[in-house]
Design a protein around this ligand. Structure first.
Ligand code: ZN
Length: 133
């Protein structure tokens, strides 16, 4: 109990709005590892879900805000440019999702550039649409 609550402080930390922002950033950023690990274990292959990039982006922005408040150049540089690959991965993910083809037979969302539906086997009109573009 003394470890949890010490000198009237939770975990011995002097809590104020900046500590909340910093620790929230840490929790969000750290949670992404569990999200990615869970997704990988579930599919039994290495998977990086979109949630991983959203958690990376949110966590790193909170940590950047905190580091700017702290005026720590090492800490600021560590999070200053990380948003670039996070946003780029989210854009590529969005384009991949949008490129899926809906099966006219069963409505199943098929992988981009599929010629046949993976659920019912129906031929997809995707090939014709691709040449028309
Ligand atoms: Zn189908």
């Amino acid at each position: 109990m003394d470890l949890l609550w010490h000198d009237g402080k939770l975990l011995g930390i002097d809590w104020h709005v900046w500590k909340v922002i910093g620790w929230l950033g840490n929790l969000v950023f750290f949670s992404r590892f569990f999200v990615q690990w869970y997704a990988t274990e579930r599919r039994k292959r290495v998977v990086v879900p979109a949630a991983f990039w959203w958690l990376s982006l949110t966590g790193s922005l909170l940590l950047l805000i905190y580091s700017l408040h702290q005026r720590d150049s090492v800490f600021i540089f560590a999070y200053l440019f990380t948003w670039i690959p996070y946003i780029r991965n989210l854009v590529i993910h969005r384009r991949h999702v949008d490129a899926h083809v809906d099966c006219p037979g069963c409505g199943h969302s098929c992988a981009p550039q599929s010629n046949f539906c993976s659920a019912c086997g129906a031929a997809l009109a995707a090939a014709e649409t691709r040449t028309a573009r």
